[in-house]
Ligand binder design. Structure first.
Ligand code: ZN
Length: 289
């Protein structure tokens, strides 16, 4: 129905009445998210929020995998893909100050902003959602996964605590959170359902249709009720200290980056981390054969 040709990393459409859908459209890079993609997602979410005919938003992805995480080769700067939205500033200042400001804008800031959008959102996940890819899943309200979906955050190998939106203990429980972080191994769809991390697991070929059906049910409710229900559940988590915990972990994340920068000659991450994660992914593929 509606298309936005100016987007290059995503598509925006309205597949049914009252439903908007954002699709990560870089299957060629397994939807590795660069900064341009994050700003496009943010802009598309704003379009959906400002369209009174839309009641629910789906975030889906092309290709076999939802998202392989941050695009580590992205050298673009905050401001290259639109005006900064979180009001942080100082992105290019030297040292940890500038780098923390960047991550406050594009990771922590966007995730928390998307988590608090007034309309219900649904993540539709197939294949792998790794580290930064998981940060495109957890901010959303409902999660529908295909049977082959896998969720992991292996970045302890980089010498940090986990990805920047640190809600792991809320999502999978504190013991499972520690194991997923300590080992870097993925949580499969079936286990994620048992843990309450995903709402539904469906066969891959049913994923899109099932998610649309679920969105269709949500879209039958009045927007005000949906908004108030969402705010109330979010505030229940906030009353448990969720936002304080996330910010505290973000500070520790930057202790990790600052440490690595000193020890590894300016690198924000342990250079061995990429190799370890690659080997782990290869071993996982072998085990699945
Ligand atoms: Zn970081």
């Amino acid at each position: 129905m509606t298309d936005s040709p100016s987007f290059t990393e995503i598509r925006y459409d309205k597949p049914a009445e009252r439903i908007a859908r954002i699709t990560l459209a870089r299957a060629d890079t397994r939807n590795a998210q660069d900064r341009k993609m994050l700003y496009e997602i943010n802009a598309a979410l704003d379009m959906a929020m400002h369209d009174d005919a839309v009641r629910v938003v789906i975030l889906a992805a092309d290709g076999p995998h939802f998202s392989s995480g941050h695009h580590l080769g992205d050298r673009s700067k905050v401001g290259d893909h639109g005006a900064p939205v979180m009001g942080v500033g100082g992105y290019e200042l030297p040292g940890p100050e500038g780098y923390m400001a960047q991550e406050q804008e594009i990771y922590l800031g966007f995730c928390w902003r998307w988590r608090n959008l007034p309309k219900p959102t649904i993540a539709q996940v197939q294949g792998k959602a790794i580290a930064g890819g998981l940060m495109l899943v957890w901010p959303f309200d409902l999660i529908v996964a295909s049977e082959d979906a896998e969720f992991s955050d292996p970045v302890v190998a980089f010498g940090v605590n986990g990805h920047e939106f640190f809600v792991h203990a809320y999502e999978v429980g504190h013991r499972r959170a520690k194991e997923m972080l300590f080992t870097g191994e993925p949580i499969g769809a079936a286990e994620a359902k048992t843990l309450g991390m995903v709402n539904h697991v469906v066969p891959r070929e049913r994923l899109e249709a099932f998610t649309l059906e679920l969105a269709g049910k949500v879209a039958q409710r009045p927007s005000v009720g949906l908004k108030l229900a969402k705010m109330s559940v979010n505030q229940s988590l906030d009353a448990q200290g969720m936002w304080t915990a996330v910010q505290s972990a973000f500070g520790l994340h930057h202790v990790g980056h600052a440490h690595n920068r000193i020890v590894y000659n300016g690198s924000f991450v342990d250079p061995d981390g990429a190799r370890i994660i690659r080997e782990q992914a290869k071993a996982g593929r072998k085990a699945a054969e």
